[in-house]
Design a protein. Structure first.
Length: 276
């Protein structure tokens, strides 16, 4: 299978590049479309260590969640970490594809639905449907965020402590507008920097909205719903697993590439450390 064949399926069918946000840069970012795929490494971010990991595994394609290039470049120098990583990938013959907001806006088997399942939500639906004519559960369904219900009500602090363990969050969860003695059932999520969807969460009756990158002033501005910031990395660190499953289920056939040639990166790419 050539890289261009994978790109065509990803862009037009699986994550649908047309659904990326206007600021984004999804799709094939680095490399040749004509190369035959020798192996695929999925990752949240592309760093030098990830490129070297791909080389060691014999992979000539990295499918990342975050784009390594967002905006136009005027230089390509090794004093810039991202540019150095790009130069390394090119020198190793490794191509880079980014899924990002195209994947964020895929609901079925996507990153938001997966996170909702991990924290124990049921009756999960898109927080914001992109195509309202498509029914929940259909493979083609696109939608941003997710909303669902707990099987049994939980006190909000107990719930946050539980998901901290479930998601293996090493840092702190920042929570605002929290009513400690209140039990919650309906929860909305948006992976990544999703505070902009807090109003949709409130309108759909969510008692708690989980996302990341909530600013100090955001906690003041949004009333009528409890907020939880679990950190950008921790909200999306499962994306390589999601991408791998999508590739195996909808993109790569047994005659295209052996499933055991699709790897999930073991590199922790989180640029932030938590100091207790």
């Amino acid at each position: 299978m050539k890289i261009k064949e994978l790109v065509k399926k990803m862009d037009n069918e699986v994550i649908q590049k047309k659904n990326q946000e206007s600021y984004d840069n999804c799709g094939l970012i680095v490399g040749s479309e004509e190369n035959e795929i020798t192996g695929i490494l999925t990752t949240l971010d592309v760093t030098e260590d990830v490129v070297l990991e791909a080389e060691k595994l014999g992979c000539n394609l990295i499918v990342a969640h975050h784009p390594i290039i967002f905006f136009g470049l005027k230089t390509m120098v090794d004093s810039n970490p991202n540019q150095k990583t790009i130069m390394l990938a090119i020198s190793k013959g490794i191509s880079i594809y980014a899924a990002h907001t195209s994947l964020d806006n895929r609901f079925f088997a996507g990153i938001n639905e997966s996170l909702a399942e991990k924290i124990g939500l049921e009756n999960i639906a898109p927080l914001k449907a992109i195509n309202p004519d498509v029914k929940v559960g259909q493979e083609s369904e696109m939608g941003a965020g997710a909303i669902g219900e707990l099987e049994k009500p939980e006190f909000v602090i107990d719930f946050l402590e539980r998901i901290k363990k479930v998601l293996k969050i090493n840092g702190h969860i920042k929570a605002g507008n929290v009513q400690k003695n209140v039990q919650i059932t309906k929860i909305a999520i948006c992976t990544g920097a999703g505070f902009f969807m807090s109003k949709e969460a409130k309108q759909k009756g969510a008692e708690l909205f989980i996302t990341s990158d909530i600013s100090y002033h955001n906690f003041f501005d949004e009333k009528g719903i409890m907020l939880a910031d679990i950190g950008h990395y921790d909200s999306e660190k499962h994306s390589p697993e999601v991408i791998s499953k999508l590739l195996k289920s909808f993109v790569i056939g047994p005659d295209d590439l052996s499933p055991d040639r699709i790897y999930i990166s073991k590199i922790n790419t989180n640029p932030v450390i938590s100091i207790a």
